[in-house]
Design a binder for this molecule. Structure first.
Ligand code: NCD
Length: 331
């Protein structure tokens, strides 16, 4: 895995020997962007994730990271990301300092992100960070001497979600090359689709982006993928592409990111997947969603075997177990 490199001109903390470690390509590294991963890295992570799944099904938990401590620092709400990192750490025998409500921490007294990071790394071996500002995880790396794992930085990236999304696709459909993946909903503010689209550019896939005009995939991401030769197409109507879709990746309209509430009202509920929608889909395809859903997929879809979004969460725990084991050096 590539080392996260801060933008040119910024001096990285000299005490952070990111990369150049001989004891494992992931050991001691921060995970900030999916751009750090090449295909062999992904295969390695997924191989470890499969071992984790096997171990969990056989013995539930084991002591690989006994004595290690993870800090979960969340400046934005989370159910799945926070609790799956906690479950992952505890199933590996480690423990977690959970700051899920920064308003009860010294952040509410005005403590800066760098100072909060410096504090937590005195106690923990790695820090999982979710923050409302794009670039916050990169900023944390600048001051940290312990690995930082980006659990979502505003509208920026959500790399561990993209890894678990890809692991879901590989596990459910057995391959990635040759697939048509349709991303639907809020492609402008949805950080999960930003990371997933970039990660999929390592494969030979066709990407369809279905969204209202004002929620299109950011131009810089489309251009970046264009440069990699990825086939991309934009549509307003799901019907145009549903029949060819192998993975339908549905997202929530990110209400909290809109400056104008009227604009949100104009696009909320723009797409709703129901059993009737799926009549037009392949028999062998999957429906994914990073969750939470707020009406984009009706509950009647849950019973359809193609609905993979609950299984996706479980794959996520195995991927996060693998990442923790690799970063903390015990895999
Ligand atoms: C996503 C997120 O936080 O970006 N949730 C998650 O981590 N599973 C998606 C969302 O909030 O819509």
């Amino acid at each position: 895995m590539a080392v996260y490199r801060p933008p040119a001109g910024r001096v990285s903390n000299p005490h952070v020997p990111l990369g150049d470690r001989r004891d494992g390509a992931f050991y001691g590294k921060s995970i900030i962007s999916v751009r750090q991963f090449a295909r062999p890295d992904l295969e390695h992570v997924f191989g470890v994730a499969r071992e984790m799944r096997e171990m969990v099904s056989r013995i539930g938990s084991f002591d690989l990271l006994k004595g290690k401590i993870l800090a979960n620092l969340f400046y934005e709400p989370s159910t799945r990301t926070a609790s799956s990192f906690t479950a992952a750490m505890e199933r590996l025998g480690g423990s977690v300092i959970a700051i899920n409500e920064v308003r009860y921490s010294s952040v509410s007294k005005g403590e800066s992100l760098p100072d909060t990071i410096r504090t937590l790394e005195c106690y923990a071996d790695a820090i999982v960070l979710r923050h409302p500002q794009a670039g916050a995880a990169a900023q944390a790396v600048e001051v940290a001497s312990k690995p930082i794992i980006n659990a979502g930085d505003g509208v920026g990236e959500h790399p561990t979600q993209a890894l678990l999304d890809l692991f879901t696709i590989v596990s459910e459909l057995e391959h990635v090359d040759g697939l048509t993946i349709t991303m639907l909903g809020d492609l402008k503010f949805g950080r999960t689709v930003h990371s997933l689209a970039k990660l999929l550019s390592l494969y030979n896939v066709r990407l369809n982006y279905v969204s209202p005009e004002i929620l299109r995939m950011p131009r810089e991401i489309v251009q970046e993928l264009d440069a990699h030769g990825v086939h991309q197409a934009e549509h307003d109507r799901l019907d145009d592409v549903l029949g060819e879709t192998d993975v339908l990746y549905v997202t929530r309209v990110q209400k909290e990111r809109f400056e104008d509430p009227a604009e949100y009202e104009g696009v909320r509920g723009c797409y709703v997947i129901s059993p009737e929608t799926l009549l037009g889909a392949k028999d062998r395809m999957i429906v994914m969603h990073p969750l939470p859903r707020v009406g984009e997929i009706t509950m009647a879809v849950d019973a359809d075997p193609r609905a993979a979004y609950f299984r996706q969460m479980e794959y996520g725990m195995f991927v996060r177990m693998a990442l923790l084991a690799l970063v903390l050096g015990k895999a």
